[in-house]
Ligand binder design. Structure first.
Ligand SMILES: Cc1cc2nc3c(=O)[nH]c(=O)nc-3n(C[C@H](O)[C@H](O)[C@H](O)COP(=O)(O)O)c2cc1C
Length: 177
């Protein structure tokens, strides 16, 4: 049985939700999958057949711990098949929803020196009731400027689950080759 490690870098849980969705799909295909926080992993071993990392954007970038993890594990990540997916609010927009046009992912590749075998760009969610005053105000302003929803009493999920399913299918295909 092939082993997959899925690591997430998430603050509000949407990236974890996507990881668990991918996990369920790949488990149905007969793969053995472990999902864990990137913050709980310092060094990975190369016993895995595939390593997937999912990370969300906050104020224009990924968290420092993601870059630190990749820096510490660059050799291991080059030794196995890998995937990366990005979660952000702007990815709900056509034109910002593929790896080739996502500025965050482009910057990430340059900064991390790591090019995963497969990449996905997914829209996340906006959970206004969860945010503190400052974050709620900032997100409302960003949403207003990008024609997004501004009702601060609501949760808005933009994730296109069919796109996530397709991504999981691509991983399965890579692993079966
Ligand atoms: C404080 C804050 C800052 C954010 N900054 C950005 C941003 O700069 N660009 C963007 O596209 N999305 C931004 N988002 C949207 C998040 O990427 C989105 O909510 C995502 O689903 C978060 O994933 P997580 O729940 O796994 O942390 C921000 C969200 C919050 C709460």
């Amino acid at each position: 049985m092939k082993n997959i490690l899925v690591l997430f870098s998430s603050v509000d849980g949407q990236t974890l939700k996507i990881c668990n969705y991918i996990k369920d799909l790949l488990a149905d295909e007969g793969f053995n999958i472990q999902v864990a926080s990137i913050d709980s992993h310092h060094k990975i071993n190369t016993n895995y057949d595939f390593i997937l990392i999912g990370a969300s954007i906050r104020y224009g970038g990924y968290r420092h711990s993601l870059y630190k993890f990749i820096q510490n594990n660059l050799y291991e990540l080059e030794m196995v098949k890998t995937g990366f997916f990005s979660v952000s609010a702007i990815a709900r927009k056509i034109g910002r929803d593929i790896p080739e046009t996502d500025h965050y992912f482009e910057k990430f590749k340059r900064k991390s020196d790591w090019t995963p075998c497969i990449a996905g760009i997914f829209a996340g969610s906006i959970s206004y009731p969860k945010y503190n005053f400052f974050d709620r105000f900032m997100i409302q302003a960003i949403m207003y400027l990008t024609n997004g929803p501004t009702d601060s009493s609501k949760v808005f999920e933009f994730t296109d689950w069919s796109k996530v399913r397709l991504f999981a299918t691509q991983i399965s295909y890579i692993l079966k080759q």
